[in-house]
Design a protein around this ligand. Sequence first.
Ligand SMILES: Cc1cc2nc3c(=O)[nH]c(=O)nc-3n(C[C@H](O)[C@H](O)[C@H](O)COP(=O)(O)O)c2cc1C
Length: 180
Amino acid sequence: MTDRVLYLVVCGAPLAKRVGDGVRAARESGWSPYLIPTDAALPWLETQDLEGAPVLTANRKPGAPKRAPVADAVAVVPTTFNTLNAWANGNAGTYPLTTLCAALGARTPTVAVPFAKHDLAGHPAWLASLAVLRYAGVRVVNPHDGSSTALAPVASGTGEEVAKRFQWSWVLNQLQEAGA
Ligand SMILES: Cc1cc2nc3c(=O)[nH]c(=O)nc-3n(C[C@H](O)[C@H](O)[C@H](O)COP(=O)(O)O)c2cc1C
């Protein structure tokens, strides 16, 4: 059986430093991961061993062939305040956002791991966006403990610690439960 295709969208927050681990964990679970980083995530990727996983940045040129097969599932790890709100609002102004908006519209099984500190998470748009995404079937995973029901902000200055304790099995198990 060929591996299932996982688009791994990566945003600019400390959990982005675990993407290399995500590539390994996904492959061990039978996924073929394609990395789709935002511009803000790129500095976190530079120092990691991504084990040759394809990294898709920016839109392909008109007429150029598609760079990846259709996704069986999508994981957004981490999901920043910026991307989560833009995604929920249907803002498709970048390649990662177009990918996420299309996946939501197609109801592709998707897991998001929101990563925002208390002040950003206190903005009313955050709760509204989470509600929209959950309504559309996105599974929202707490970066602290993998819970899919209770999401907590990341206290300022603890991002690295939360990233260290994060387990990719939380995401992969949710994808499995979503039927992906
Ligand atoms: C060191 C560092 C840590 C950051 N941590 C977070 C974070 O935890 N959550 C968040 O939403 N934004 C965080 N940001 C800000 C985002 O990178 C910024 O809002 C960016 O525009 C997000 O773009 P993206 O959504 O396209 O990835 C951080 C930025 C830096 C430089």
